[in-house]
Write a protein that binds this ligand. Structure first.
Ligand SMILES: Nc1ncnc2c1ncn2[C@@H]1O[C@H](COP(=O)(O)OP(=O)(O)O)[C@@H](O)[C@H]1O
Ligand SMILES: [Mg+2]
Length: 303
């Protein structure tokens, strides 16, 4: 079995559940499936970082961005190799008030607001192209994990392109509203054109694609959401014939329902399965993670 599976959660819209999916699927993979999981936060807004850690557990990293993923990109820009994964990674997140890990197999490579500076400075300096900085900086360190989940910023600029290059598969968190469908089509095309752009560089052999969509903040009242999801499925059939997404790409089930406990738990620095194990949010993420594993490890692997 392949190890690790590197999965980028990406969509150029904000507020669609990228961070919520990474944090909560990561927690379920580690707690219920005993998978060794690394969450990599590459959003300068640091939402996954702050979701999983209180400021006091981050103190050194808030003052010293070299102890975050920032250093991977800074090394590429300056031609140095000072990033040290073991100093930067935080093992066993979230951390309780008493300082013990809630989920021992869940690690976090935190982000830093300094990442904003690197976005424009990343360019094709040196022998490595700008989009391969993360691949070159992390490829060896991640070998100990079963899953690496990357929480991307809401854009497809240079740092996100590093995630596209590093990942084996892309998952698109999706809000079923009428604006999302055209965004999804455009996003699929952008991913494909990026694939053409990188085909000349030989560091990575795989040809990653969009493999799944996760529906977030679903309401079953009325049929507006179901109609939007049916339109998305039709569109995915078209995109498959145009080879813009993976031939076995699917909308995963169950859909994640709108759940106040999911909204609340980020303020308390916990995944929903720790904050409120009996909530519908926990139930949905528990079941979705089963589908996620099956889809990645069985369907996509074999397809
Ligand atoms: N299923 C849900 N139910 C309720 N609130 C949610 C749900 N999923 C996400 N949220 C909330 O919606 C906001 C946006 O989600 P987030 O994961 O941060 O989106 P993104 O990372 O795509 O910008 C966050 O405040 C989050 O807590
Ligand atoms: Mg986010």
């Amino acid at each position: 079995m392949k190890k690790p599976w590197i999965v980028a959660f990406i969509n150029f819209k904000g507020g669609v559940g990228k961070t919520a999916n990474v944090v909560n699927i990561g927690a379920c993979l580690a707690k219920y499936h005993r998978k060794k999981v690394l969450i990599v936060d590459i959003d300068a807004q640091c939402n996954a970082t702050f979701w999983l850690l209180k400021r006091r557990h981050l103190s050194k990293r808030l003052e010293d961005p070299s102890l975050t993923v920032y250093q991977v990109f800074a090394d590429h820009i300056s031609g140095t190799r000072s990033f040290d994964f073991n100093s930067a990674v935080i093992r066993g997140v979230p951390i309780s008030d008493e300082g013990f890990p809630y989920i021992s197999h869940l690690d976090l490579l935190p982000s830093s607001i300094s990442l904003m500076e690197t976005e424009e400075r990343l360019s094709g300096l040196h022998d490595t192209p700008y989009y391969a900085a993360m691949f070159e900086g992390l490829k060896d360190a991640v070998k100990e994990y079963d899953y690496v989940l990357i929480d991307c910023p809401p854009n497809i600029y240079n740092i996100s392109k590093n995630a596209l290059y590093f990942a084996d598969a892309y998952v698109v968190p999706y809000l079923p509203d009428f604006l999302s469908l055209s965004g999804f089509r455009l996003f699929s095309k952008m991913v494909k054109s990026f694939q053409y752009q990188v085909s000349g560089y030989q560091g990575r052999k795989l040809n990653p694609r969009i493999v799944a969509v996760i529906i977030n903040r679903y309401h079953s009242i009325g049929n507006v959401f179901d109609q939007s999801i049916n339109e998305l499925k039709l569109e995915m059939r078209n995109l498959k014939t145009q080879k813009l997404i993976h031939q076995c790409a699917a909308v995963l089930t169950p859909y994640i329902r709108d759940c106040v406990k999911i909204a609340e738990c980020s303020n308390l620095h916990q995944p929903v399965i720790i904050y409120s194990e009996k909530s519908i949010g926990s139930y949905d993420y528990f079941k979705l993670t089963d589908s996620f594993i099956n889809h990645i490890e069985e369907v996509i692997w074999a397809c």
